[in-house]
Ligand binder design. Structure first.
Ligand SMILES: [Zn+2]
Length: 426
């Protein structure tokens, strides 16, 4: 309607067209009839309808998109700033009621919360499972891209929802300013099951180079985080080849799989750089450029719901190494990796090997700002003590899927997910 009136209507009809006789043009002076239809005067009602379409409709749409990802407060904020003449608009008041009700209907989740984790995904199974000495390791500890995508569909269908690990506890500060952590039952939409997700060793190590994995994370021309993948013919492509961009795309399509945009935790080592950039190597001729690229990717990831964790600089056995080695390893991580990906209070143990609770090593890590400590166990386990939180993580890889599918039956039916190209475990 709007377009019709604002454009007006001008119709030009030539006499020859009407007559259907083109030869007439050569003998008759060309003459044209111009029919101009006056732009009609709009009624106040019509003008208001146009204003509504231009101002209210886009705001309703924006609010609805936010609400899909449970950003109810932000959605309501938009609706509460709608121009005064439309505050009584039926659609506006209905949306306000709907989002307020939804926001108030969150309920505390009272069961231990699962934390699942992955390594970089196998894109080309023919290269990972090619019979060389690496095959069995990949088959045990890695997940294929197809499996990961299938898992997301299953988890979503089974009502799981990604939450922030920081929702597992809350701080209580006494009158002297001392902070104590207390366990918290995260608030989730009714019927949803909260889940924490992480990915280990998103470093794109040299040893994986020719085995069918992505090479690095980068920003594409839209500023989105994608992977560089190079196939066995040397053909480069930029796209969704690992957990980060695949999950980003899934949440974009299913915003209600994530509580307020939360994605997961990236557990980084440092001994081969970070995120696929060799930022550890003083001999790297592109060192400064690579540092800037890694930092730009990490910044964008933080903006889009990702967090980072220490996974040791050298992927050492935290439980076995000396106190001093742990201290120098942690210091090096902070200098080389933390300086690019940012500070973190999450420590994800390499090999899942935990320090003792309590112990000098734990006190050291706490003094370095760590509060969340993650080991590995197939069951959900969360323990909140005064000054730290422990949460076990379950590896959703070939080992778990093939040797104990029953341990993860609450998450999904393994038979619906398992990649048929996996060989037998040896
Ligand atoms: Zn690791």
């Amino acid at each position: 309607m709007k377009k019709f009136y604002t454009t007006g209507l001008i119709t030009l009809i030539t006499a020859s067209m009407l007559s259907g006789c083109s030869s007439a043009l050569s003998v008759t002076a060309p003459h044209a009839t111009l029919i101009v239809e006056e732009e009609p005067e709009l009624t106040e009602e019509e003008k208001a309808a146009i204003r509504r379409e231009e101002t209210v409709e886009p705001l309703l749409k924006e609010a609805q998109e936010l609400a899909h990802g449970y950003f109810y407060e932000e959605a309501l904020d938009i609706l509460n700033h709608i121009p005064e003449e439309f505050t009584a608009d039926k659609e506006v008041t209905a949306a306000i009621t709907q989002y307020t009700t939804a926001q108030d209907s969150f309920i505390p989740y009272d069961q231990p919360i699962r934390h699942i984790f992955f390594h970089s995904l196998i894109v080309d199974t023919s290269l990972a499972f090619d019979g060389d000495y690496m095959e069995n390791g990949y088959n045990y500890w890695m997940t294929t891209a197809d499996e990961f995508k299938a898992m997301l569909n299953e988890l979503y269908a089974n009502q799981y929802i990604l939450i922030d690990i920081h929702d597992l506890c809350e701080e209580q500060t006494d009158e002297n300013g001392n902070v104590t952590l207390i366990a918290k039952q995260p608030l989730v939409p009714k019927g949803k099951i909260p889940l924490v997700l992480s990915v280990d060793d998103v470093n794109y190590y040299e040893y994986m180079k020719n085995d069918g994995f992505a090479r690095k994370l980068l920003l594409d021309e839209n500023g989105d985080v994608k992977n560089l993948y190079i196939d066995q013919n040397g053909q480069e492509s930029i796209g969704d080849y690992d957990v980060v961009p695949i999950l980003d795309a899934f949440v974009k399509e299913h915003p209600d799989f994530s509580l307020r945009g939360v994605k997961g935790i990236i557990a980084e080592t440092g001994y081969e750089g970070t995120l696929g950039y060799r930022t550890h190597d003083p001999e790297n001729p592109n060192l400064e450029e690579d540092k800037a690229s890694a930092k730009a990717v990490a910044d964008r990831m933080r903006e889009t719901g990702w967090q980072f964790a220490v996974h040791g600089y050298g992927h050492r056995h935290t439980a076995k190494i000396s106190y001093n080695t742990l201290a120098s390893d942690t210091k090096k991580w902070k200098e080389e990796v933390g300086s690019l990906v940012g500070d973190t209070d999450i420590y994800i143990y390499p090999y899942g090997e935990e320090v003792d609770y309590p112990s000098d090593k734990l006190r050291y890590l706490q003094s370095e700002g760590f509060r969340y400590f993650c080991g590995v166990w197939s069951k959900a386990f969360v323990s909140v003590k005064d000054t730290y939180v422990r949460q076990s993580r379950c590896n959703l890889d070939g080992f778990t899927m093939k040797t104990r599918p029953e341990a993860i039956a609450d998450l999904f039916d393994v038979s619906r997910v398992l990649d048929e190209t996996r060989p037998d475990l040896k």
